[in-house]
Each structure stands twice: as C-alpha cells, then as structure tokens.
Design a protein around this ligand. Sequence first.
Ligand code: CP
Length: 336
Amino acid sequence: MRHFLTTEDWNEDELQAILDRARALKAGASSSALAGKSVALVFFNPSLRTRTSFDIGIAQLGGRGIVLDARAGTWPMEFTEGAVMDGEAEEHVIEAAQVLSRYVDMIAIRCFPKFQNWNAEKKDPLITAFAKYATVPIINMETIVHPCQELALMLALQEKMGQVRNKTFLLSWVPHPKPLNTAVANSALLIASKFGMNVRMLIPDDVYRLDDRYMSAAAANCDDHGTSFDVMTDIEAAYSGADAVYAKSWGALPFYGQWEGEAPYRAKGGGFMIDDAKMALTNNAVVSHCLPMRRNVKIADSVVDSPAFLGIEEAENRLHVQKAMLEAIARDMDAG
Ligand code: CP
C-alpha cells in the first residue's frame, strides 16, 4: 500500500510520470480510475483550492469524496499515544483511522502545526498516526509539507520553461503580518532540488533557515544533480539571473510559538516584497505563489498582473496533478 505523505518517498521518475499524466488529463484525457471508490477529505484547517480541487477531481475520476470538517463537523481528535483524554478531544485517531478505513478507500488529511512545540510538531504526529492506524492509503493535503502543491508548481514550471534542469529557482521569503507555517517553503526546496534546479533561498536573517530535514534534503538533491544550493540574504545577488521566483512567508523556527522575539528579524524583511525592480534583475523569470496571497504585501500588483505570474496556472494544476496522483495510488491498490 502506497501513501502520498511527502515527495521524499517518491523518486523523480515516479513524480515525473504523475506530472506527465497530469498534462494528459489537463489536455482532456478522461479516466474512471476511482469508479466505485470513495475518499475521505479530512480538514483540520481552512481551504479554498485544496477542498475544491480534490472534491471535483475525485468526481471526475468517477469516485465519491466525503468532506469532513474536523473543526466543526467531527469530534475533536487526540493523536498522542497514551494520552489521558480528559481535555477537549472526544475521539482518538487510533479509532478514527480504523473506522474511516472501513468506509472509504483513501483518506486525505490537512492538519497544520499548532505553533506550540516544533520539535514535536516536526514529526507530523497526526498524519503519521493516521498512516500507522489506517488500513487504506493516506494522502497529505498540507501538514508540515504540501506535496500536492509541489507537483502543481513543478507542472507549471515545466509548462512554461520546458526542461527545468540547471535553471535557477529562487525561493524568496516575503513579508506577511503574521508568522506562517513553513510547509510550502519546505516543499519548494524539496521539489526544485529534486528536479535538478539550482536552488537559492533568500531570507532576511539566518533565523529564517528552514528545518534541517529540508535544508539537508535540498542540499543532498543538489549534490546528486551537480547543482547548487545557496542560502542568501542579499536581495540583488539572489534575484540576479534567476529563472523562477517563488514567494512564501514563514515564521522563524527559533521563535516558534513565542513570536514576540521574532519581530526585529521580521522587520529586516520589510523590503522583501516582490516588485518590478527585483524582477528586472532576473533572467526574465516567472514568478509564482501557492495562494492565498496578500497583494502588495508579498507581491506587487504590477508583478501579479503581469504575464510572468504563474499562480493561477499553478492553482489550476492542483486539480490535474491530484487526479494523476490519485490514479497512481488507485493503480497500486488494485495491483496489490
Ligand atoms: N494552496 C492551497 O493549498 O490553497 P488552500 O489553502 O486554499 O487549499
């Protein structure tokens, strides 16, 4: 049984096969890969794109999606093993995962970290527990990584640039009023490095370095491909000659859950919004964002509304890559 928890578990050829199939589906190929199958979509956090694209995509594959809003429509859930459940949680994931597995053929989960304890939350406890106790494949709809977004981004880059190998990908921290999850930033490093791009990460200060798991994975992928991985704080150097710019904001891990101390470092990134002057330094780069996105805070209107912006295409691609991924999971189930 194959889960889709992180692209780290899938090699480049397997992911490219999903992207190739997504292109065919986007071009109009039909599929009934989920005929007779159902998928639970369990949301512990809000969503526009993920919820809609999974629900529609499952229907287009002939399957049935059942959306469970874990904040309002299901029982509050515990996921710590051995917990004394005398708090809010009425249900443990141990039972929930087993019971859902009796009803549905796959379970997809969105569960962001709670910003309490990174050392515990970096282990992705809820989806890991689901994968342990469920007897059906588990799909990650964003936890501490966002693998479906990775595929959508890579498809958008390949559609626009053709071969991405040896092109320069810049992940730029951008301003935001609040500290955000590192998932999409982690994922951007994983996918760009896995597909042989030179990867740059632009941050206002070293406190914005991502967790070592993702920094090390990116460095190892780049080593394997003979490409470069550079962490930079100089805006001009980072944008210079870049072929693709990806915008994301995140909270600095040394201040995880204790964000007051992060304020002076966040202020150092005040000039990091993506604008025409920065884009002029690039190699006529494309620019994208996972969405939702605060205009004129993260990226200036003039850039978002230019032909360089791939964010809408990337969002559409969520539908196609997820259908291709669900097909691959279903094929694996049927084979075995
Ligand atoms: N990019 C993304 O996952 O969007 P939603 O949060 O709206 O699902």
